[in-house]
Design a protein around this ligand. Structure first.
Ligand SMILES: Nc1ncnc2c1ncn2[C@@H]1O[C@H](COP(=O)(O)OP(=O)(O)OP(=O)(O)O)[C@@H](O)[C@H]1O
Ligand SMILES: [Mg+2]
Length: 512
């Protein structure tokens, strides 16, 4: 037991405490002797690698699971919650890593789900519902319309609905499990502002994030856990990101994974000319070489995801042409793209990418291998399992077995399963949209190594990321976009933060 994790001291009344908490799942010791102390009026960050046990601890706190051992204290009093509803009644509100919204309902209906005002307890008072939601939205200064259907919102806006919902309860403790994974910088600032307004002397926030740089801006203290164990709690002002990382991973990380130069004599794998869409893109053109990692940089809304979507036929091109291996192609849909051996790992893969009720091995291997082994059931099963095991090893996916149901993996490890699924498909062109979102620092390195390895083997990779350092580190060349256009293509040697930002902020006002 660490030195500062002694028995509860009655003189010191933290807002929320966890002592000696143990939680096991079949084959996994998720938490062992876990400790946590949230003080009044603070934002406490909780960090650790994918699968370290962060979400599990929060699910215990909010009654989703019950602990095998240990206790929780709220204002120094034992806290026992038998379910999420009861946790809310005790003033503990959580925004889960996986969204809990009902896509077919409106924003207002989602916020007040199960608590809707009704006439005589029966007929729904839609007007009042919307008015109450509007009031809440206004008080939080969010750009939302209560009548809008949640399924039509961007990921960032859905996140805002989750936040509004969590704050609609009179919460004393607000838990946020990776609230910023899908947000851009401006949206992150809005969220931080919301948190600052929420924190008062009688409230506190537990904040889980893999974006370690943001902790400086929002956290008062940082609790690090590793492999289900409490490691240390650091005061943010006297802590560096490097301090946090070394405690998180407990080992040295591999250094800079810069790509090798692409030989000049390589063939063009894919070229795009004059690509425009009704919504945004304007005369986009670029070449992707065999064995190249081509980074796409730009601000939110610059059109990077739109390029990927138009390329794989998810959105319609208004004009433009695509040439693949020297031949013109027409790609009608993502399925069609896959037939041309172009894979697209989309940004919102939570909804599109995974069959969470199925085993890890089915997700990784099945769709890719079933065409190959149509007739030989037995051989197929073995091939699927072996392939899955190889990728689980390569990507360090944390699971006791490839037969485990995918939803039982931690958030970041589910993400890795989606990546593995695309790697297995043996595409020639792979488009990754925000591949390292929600993935911890150590595992990011493993993914970088893997992308490099793929490029070395001759695969062509388009890599879209909002994290500029990541783009710069990994790309042979960088395509910079702004307002739906390509504003520059830089070689790895030319590309630096400054000139990329310059190109990314070019404006074309009144030019259309
Ligand atoms: N319902 C479950 N059944 C079986 N194993 C589970 C279940 N929930 C979590 N686990 C396992 O417990 C461990 C801790 O998972 P947890 O989700 O708490 O990690 P995390 O720290 O939140 O990671 P991430 O950063 O990837 O979200 C993992 O090995 C995970 O696979
Ligand atoms: Mg988690």
């Amino acid at each position: 037991m660490p030195l500062d994790a002694q028995a509860p001291d009655s003189g010191r009344r933290a807002l929320l405490e966890a002592w000696g908490v143990v939680k096991n799942f079949p084959g996994v010791k998720a938490l062992q002797d876990m400790h946590l102390e949230l003080r009044h009026g603070e934002v406490l960050a909780l960090v650790g690698e994918n699968g370290a046990g962060k979400s599990t601890l929060m699910k215990l706190l909010t009654g989703v699971y019950s602990p095998d051992e240990g206790q929780f204290l709220l204002h120094g009093e034992p806290l026992e919650v038998s379910g999420p509803r009861q946790a809310l009644e005790r003033g503990i509100s959580i925004i889960h890593q996986e969204f809990n919204l009902v896509p077919d309902l409106t924003i207002a209906q989602n916020i007040f789900l199960g608590r809707e005002p009704r006439y005589g307890g029966l007929l729904l008072r839609e007007g009042e519902l919307n008015a109450r939601a509007q009031e809440l939205i206004d008080s939080l200064q969010l750009p939302l319309d209560p009548r809008q259907v949640v399924g039509t919102l961007s990921v960032a806006r859905q996140q805002m609905v989750e936040i509004a919902k969590a704050l609609s309860f009179d919460a004393k403790v607000l838990i946020m499990d990776e609230p910023t994974a899908a947000l851009n910088d401006a949206e992150v600032r809005v969220l931080h502002e919301l948190i600052r307004r929420f924190v008062r002397p009688d409230t506190g926030v537990i904040y889980i994030s893999h974006r370690l740089e943001e902790l400086k801006a929002i956290a008062d203290r940082i609790t690090v856990i590793r492999d289900g164990r409490y490691i240390e709690t650091l005061d943010t002002p006297t802590t560096t990101v490097q301090d946090v990382i070394s405690r998180m991973v407990g080992r040295e990380l591999a250094g800079d994974a810069r790509p090798e130069n692409v030989r000049d004599d390589r063939h063009v794998m894919l070229s795009v000319r004059g690509m425009s869409t009704k919504a945004l893109l304007e005369d986009v053109g670029f070449d992707l070489m065999e064995g190249e990692i081509l980074g796409f940089a730009g601000l939110m809304g610059a059109g990077r995801t739109e390029v990927a979507r138009a390329l794989v036929g998810a959105d319609k091109m208004a004009s433009g042409s695509v040439t693949l291996r020297g031949r013109p192609v027409h790609i009608a849909s993502p399925a069609d793209a896959a037939k041309h051996r172009i894979g697209y790992l989309s940004e919102d893969r939570k909804q599109l990418g995974l069959l969470v009720e199925q085993a890890v091995e089915s997700n990784i291997g099945l769709s890719a291998l079933q065409e190959l082994f149509q007739t030989l059931g037995f051989v197929k099963d073995r091939a699927v399992r072996e392939t899955a095991e190889r990728y689980v090893g390569d990507l360090a996916i944390k699971t006791p077995s490839v037969a485990l149901t995918t939803k039982n993996l931690s958030g970041g490890n589910q993400q890795k399963v989606v990546i593995a699924k695309w790697l297995v498909k043996d595409c020639d062109v792979l488009i990754f949209d925000e591949p390292t979102r929600g993935i911890d620092v150590g595992a990011k390195e493993e993914i970088y190594q893997l992308l490099n390895e793929l490029a070395r083997r001759g695969k062509s990779i388009i890599m879209i990321s909002s994290e500029l350092p990541e783009v710069l580190r990994l790309s042979h060349r960088v395509v910079v976009m702004s307002e739906g256009r390509v504003t520059g293509v830089l070689s790895a040697a030319e590309a630096g933060e400054e000139n990329v930002m310059h190109l990314a902020t070019m404006r074309f006002i009144g030019d259309r």
